[in-house]
Design a protein around this ligand. Structure first.
Ligand SMILES: *[C@@H]1O[C@H](CO)[C@@H](O)[C@H](O)[C@H]1NC(C)=O
Ligand SMILES: *[C@@H]1O[C@H](CO)[C@@H](O)[C@H](O)[C@H]1NC(C)=O
Ligand SMILES: *[C@@H]1O[C@H](CO)[C@@H](O)[C@H](O)[C@H]1NC(C)=O
Ligand SMILES: *[C@@H]1O[C@H](CO)[C@@H](O)[C@H](O)[C@H]1NC(C)=O
Ligand SMILES: *[C@@H]1O[C@H](CO)[C@@H](O)[C@H](O)[C@H]1NC(C)=O
Ligand SMILES: *[C@@H]1O[C@H](CO)[C@@H](O)[C@H](O)[C@H]1NC(C)=O
Ligand SMILES: *[C@@H]1O[C@H](CO)[C@@H](O)[C@H](O)[C@H]1NC(C)=O
Ligand SMILES: *[C@@H]1O[C@H](CO)[C@@H](O)[C@H](O)[C@H]1NC(C)=O
Ligand SMILES: *[C@@H]1O[C@H](CO)[C@@H](O)[C@H](O)[C@H]1NC(C)=O
Length: 407
């Protein structure tokens, strides 16, 4: 039996090489890292090693002499923002880190973690009290400063001006970034996921209420074995609480969103009320030639700035970007959400609720969270940032839930 399996595999592989070796489309990670598909495993291994060393390093770095770290997979290097190079020499000489010295690059920086963290906490509080419209904040380790990103069109709103003035009064001098969020030229051609209507639901599929489009986050199950589709809470609509699988005229009814929150986390659960619906613990990867479904193996979160994270959204399909911060906030003008991962990733509105995951291999992934929202220029199809509701914050708040993974 085992022999047969191996034989088939080799046959498929060689067949594959003959047919596709020329023109294979790049997998999302190959696009991100600008490498070939057959180099992905090597760079995943580099990233894993860097993250392990980064974690050892973080346990040794104090918050006064250093100002954060980030990894760069292509350069195979960890950058350490350093204020005190005497201290850096001590760390290089420590038994825990000595063997990894060629992976480390201590670079001169001006802002210590103590300073950045306390100023960021204060800015987070200000954001919570002013609730500026369409605004995100986080500490960017690569730039060694705080970033406040918002929309050009809302920068003069009362709440936004008051927020910015309060930051300026404190002389924190973070970096302000503005996106043109509302240039609705509407000529953006989305490559929507399409295909036959089927009853299997994967993470990243489209769901529709009659008013709002969102993406499936993951298959969740309560301790009493009730099955749900997890997505963002803001996908809920009082008048349109019934969710269907895309396309819009689809008659595949899933169920109603039976519980949802907007604060402290933006999260909702659709009760699967149709016995024909089969949730699948995998991420939809439509554009890939070989790996169209990526089984979710576990819920281990990334822990390093500069590590990759990917989204599968109904509008964007699978795209990957780099972790900018493991702690940031979003203020949408009505609510404040913090403790979010921040990822440099360009998404579209209907991607909300979609899974944010990291690759373990070419075929298997770890679920890190779901997409809350983000900022991007409408006419820039590349740059943007998103906020991620982490799995740990979800399971903290909904402690009767578990994420269904592949066995
Ligand atoms: C990762 O680390 C292991 C153990 O230190 C080493 O054997 C391996 O070659 C490293 N991989 C890469 C890609 O650097
Ligand atoms: C830099 O680090 C060294 C070694 O830990 C320490 O003795 C020194 O006081 C530090 N310098 C400053 C300015 O903190
Ligand atoms: C490095 O550590 C050793 C002991 O582990 C110590 O003898 C030596 O002085 C240290 N060197 C520096 C530059 O700190
Ligand atoms: C450290 O990084 C800086 C900036 O990228 C680079 O100029 C320098 O060569 C790097 N040092 C090492 C030892 O790689
Ligand atoms: C910001 O928005 C205004 C009005 O919407 C527009 O005129 C201006 O060009 C935008 N600024 C930038 C830098 O794009
Ligand atoms: C915001 O106000 C500034 C200064 O008053 C002005 O230059 C800018 O065009 C305004 N931006 C928008 C988008 O209205
Ligand atoms: C970080 O350092 C720069 C350069 O010294 C400074 O202008 C900025 O105010 C600092 N950022 C924060 C948030 O303190
Ligand atoms: C949905 O609508 C499209 C055209 O608008 C049509 O081609 C398709 O057959 C419809 N599907 C169903 C299930 O009604
Ligand atoms: C809106 O986007 C189009 C291109 O998509 C660009 O030509 C135009 O200048 C933009 N308008 C504003 C106000 O940014």
């Amino acid at each position: 039996m085992k022999g047969t399996y191996i034989l088939m595999f080799i046959f498929m592989l060689s067949n594959y090489l003959i047919v596709h070796s020329q023109e294979e489309a790049k997998e999302p990670l190959a696009k991100l890292w600008n490498i070939k598909n057959d180099e992905i495993l090597k760079y995943l291994s580099i990233e894993k090693n860097l993250s392990i060393v980064d974690n050892i390093l973080k346990s040794l770095l104090d918050d006064d002499n250093f100002g954060g770290t980030y990894i760069n997979v292509i350069q195979n290097m960890i950058f350490i923002n350093t204020l005190n190079f005497t201290k850096a020499e001590e760390i290089k000489n420590s038994t825990e880190i000595r063997q990894y010295i060629n992976l480390l690059n201590f670079t001169r920086a001006h802002n210590s973690t103590v300073k950045l963290s306390s100023r960021f906490q204060d800015i987070d509080k200000l954001a919570k009290s002013y609730i500026p419209k369409y605004c995100m904040g986080y500490i960017n380790s690569e730039i060694n400063n705080i970033i406040i990103a918002s929309c050009n069109e809302t920068r003069n709103e009362t709440s936004n001006s008051a927020f910015i003035n309060a930051i300026n009064d404190r002389m924190y001098y973070p970096i302000f970034i503005y996106y043109n969020c509302f240039n609705l030229s509407n000529n953006e051609i989305f490559n929507r996921k399409s295909g036959d209507i089927e009853n299997r639901i994967l993470a990243g599929d489209g769901i529709y209420t009659g008013k709002k489009t969102c993406s499936v986050g993951f298959w969740a199950r309560s301790h009493s074995y009730i099955n749900y589709i997890a997505t963002a809470g803001h996908c809920y609509d009082l008048d349109f609480s019934r969710f269907f699988l895309y396309p819009r005229n689809s008659t595949v009814f899933i169920g109603k969103m039976t519980s949802y929150l907007l604060e402290p986390i933006d999260f909702g659960l659709i009760y699967i009320d149709n016995p024909n619906i089969q949730p699948v613990p995998s991420v939809r990867n439509t554009d890939s030639e070989r790996y169209k479904e990526l089984p979710i193996e576990d819920i281990i979160s990334v822990s390093s700035n500069g590590a990759h994270l990917c989204i599968s959204g109904f509008f964007s399909n699978v795209r990957c970007g780099y972790v900018a911060a493991l702690n940031g906030f979003i203020s949408d003008g009505e609510r404040h959400n913090n403790n979010l991962f921040v990822v440099n990733l360009r998404c579209a509105p209907g991607d909300s609720g979609g899974p944010i995951f990291s690759y373990k291999s070419l075929t298997h992934v770890s679920l890190n969270g779901i997409l809350m929202g983000g900022l991007f220029d409408f006419h820039d199809n590349f740059n943007g940032i998103v906020g991620v509701i982490t799995i740990s914050s979800i399971l903290n708040e909904f402690n009767f839930l578990e994420v269904v993974t592949v066995p």
